[in-house]
Ligand binder design. Structure first.
Ligand SMILES: O=c1ccn([C@@H]2O[C@H](COP(=O)(O)OP(=O)(O)O[C@H]3O[C@H](CO)[C@@H](O)[C@H](O)[C@H]3O)[C@@H](O)[C@H]2O)c(=O)[nH]1
Length: 423
């Protein structure tokens, strides 16, 4: 069944209006309609500004006399003031990982104390040493939020404010990022960090994709998926199609449409009405046995399927965690946000993933099209790599699962957070 945002919203509203635990009460904030001309960056700021008053009235409503504190996303740091007005503690949740968090704290310190502007690092500097990684970060791996002149002041503002939080929950597990976590643990100007990842897994196999996957041999299918916003122009779509075809490997490709010229610039990707319009002529017929091209698909259930042998990913942090959880090796194709840094961490620092597009960024040619022959080579490297790497992914998967068991690191960290929160 294709992803239907309206249905998804309906289902989540239903879950929220009848929570399973009577101690939970959800308050839905009204829909926010952004200015159709606003960019994604403007959208981020305007959503929080518009909802702040509503959060305040929800918090002071007669149904909430026992408000104990706030937990909000790092990009909602404006709510620090709202929590202070209520006289309750504010905790921040970081969907990106601990390395990114340590990275932005360090950049903000460099900026405020040493007047270093990361958007203007001269070519001669080449790389940036940061306390949260064992290796210096090359310029190509700098996240957009510190390399882009529009993003940097916004990120610095959030980073300064979240230093005032009582604690920061981070979407990660200790065993994966102990170096970054320890680097922040010794800094008195950074709030206590709670690593609390949890790959919530809903085994949604209703999609017809699973009937096809069930018929494929174990570890034979390469899965390509680029998150909630990753889209390509027609030229790149064509190269991916030919690369897949030439690789000779089976594939499952999630292909989504960018907003068109007359749609709001802040829109995220959507499904194509008909994929035939974008794929090269004859591609679907020629690959009818070998693969499937689909719109939004249940990624976690797909990664969990035994037919999946490799994942070409944009390196969004949730995708990386999910891939580790299901022990599916990644070929890194970072696109935007902090994905370059995540890819650097996976490929260079942890030596876990192979690379698909990093070399372009290294040559400062991020917008260049990756050719079909490079895609073919990347897929072969990913799908034909030795047991040694696969064993490493299996070990990471086991480690990730143990963290959620009683007395596992994420389990204990969540308990510590609840105790600290309730004081
Ligand atoms: O067809 C799809 C596409 C995505 N997903 C799910 O959507 C989520 C995508 O999350 P993520 O991999 O983190 O990518 P983005 O949506 O791009 O996430 C944004 O937020 C992340 C966490 O902060 C950052 O790491 C990314 O760079 C940023 O783009 C994952 O749970 C996927 O399983 C699906 O189920 N089906």
């Amino acid at each position: 069944m294709p992803f239907d945002p309206k249905l998804a919203q309906y289902n989540s509203s239903l879950a929220l209006s009848s929570p399973r635990d009577p101690r939970l009460a959800f308050v839905m904030l009204p829909d926010f309609r952004p200015d159709p001309n606003s960019t994604r960056i403007e959208l981020f700021a305007s959503v929080v500004a518009a909802q702040e008053g509503r959060v305040r009235s929800a918090g002071s409503g007669s149904g909430n006399p026992l408000l104990a504190g706030f937990v909000f996303d790092m990009f909602c740091s404006a709510l620090m003031g709202t929590a202070a007005e209520f006289g309750v503690p504010a905790y921040v949740f970081s969907p990106p990982n601990a390395t990114f968090l340590g990275f932005v704290f360090h950049v903000q310190k460099l900026h405020d104390e040493e007047r270093v502007d990361t958007t203007e690092l001269p070519d001669s500097v080449g790389e940036l040493a940061v306390p949260c990684l064992t290796r210096p970060v090359p310029r190509w791996a700098l996240p957009d939020v510190v390399a882009d002149k529009v993003w940097l002041p916004i990120m610095l503002g959030h980073t300064r404010r979240i230093r005032e939080a009582k604690g920061i929950l981070v979407n990660t597990f200790r065993e994966l990022e102990s170096y970054a976590l320890d680097s922040m643990g010794g800094d008195d100007c950074i709030p206590p960090i709670y690593p609390v990842d949890d790959v919530a897994y809903d085994d949604d196999r209703t999609n017809e994709i699973f009937r096809w996957l069930d018929d494929q041999p174990d570890s034979s299918v390469v899965f390509l998926c680029f998150g909630t916003m990753g889209t390509f122009g027609e030229d790149q779509v064509r190269e991916i199609a030919y690369g897949l075809e030439q690789s000779g490997h089976r594939f499952l490709w999630v292909l989504r449409r960018p907003p068109s010229d007359h749609e709001p610039k802040s829109n995220i990707s959507t499904d194509y009405d008909d994929l035939i319009d974008i794929l090269p002529e004859g591609f679907s017929d020629r690959t009818v046995e070998a693969g499937r091209v689909v719109g939004w698909a249940p990624q976690k259930a797909i990664l969990a399927h035994k037919a999946i042998g490799g994942f070409v990913s944009h390196c969004g942090w949730n995708s990386i965690l999910e891939s580790l959880w299901f022990a599916v090796p990644i070929a890194a194709w970072p696109m935007y946000a902090e994905q370059q840094l995540n890819a650097f961490q996976l490929v260079v620092e942890l030596e876990l993933a192979t690379e698909m597009k990093l070399s372009y960024r290294m040559k400062g040619e991020n917008d260049m099209i990756v050719s079909a022959s490079e895609i073919e080579r990347g897929i072969r490297r990913l799908m034909e790599e030795g047991m040694e790497k696969r064993v490493k992914w299996e070990e990471m998967s086991e480690m990730a699962r143990k963290t959620l068991m009683v007395s596992g690191s994420s389990f204990s960290s969540t308990g510590r957070f609840v105790r600290d929160f309730l004081g």
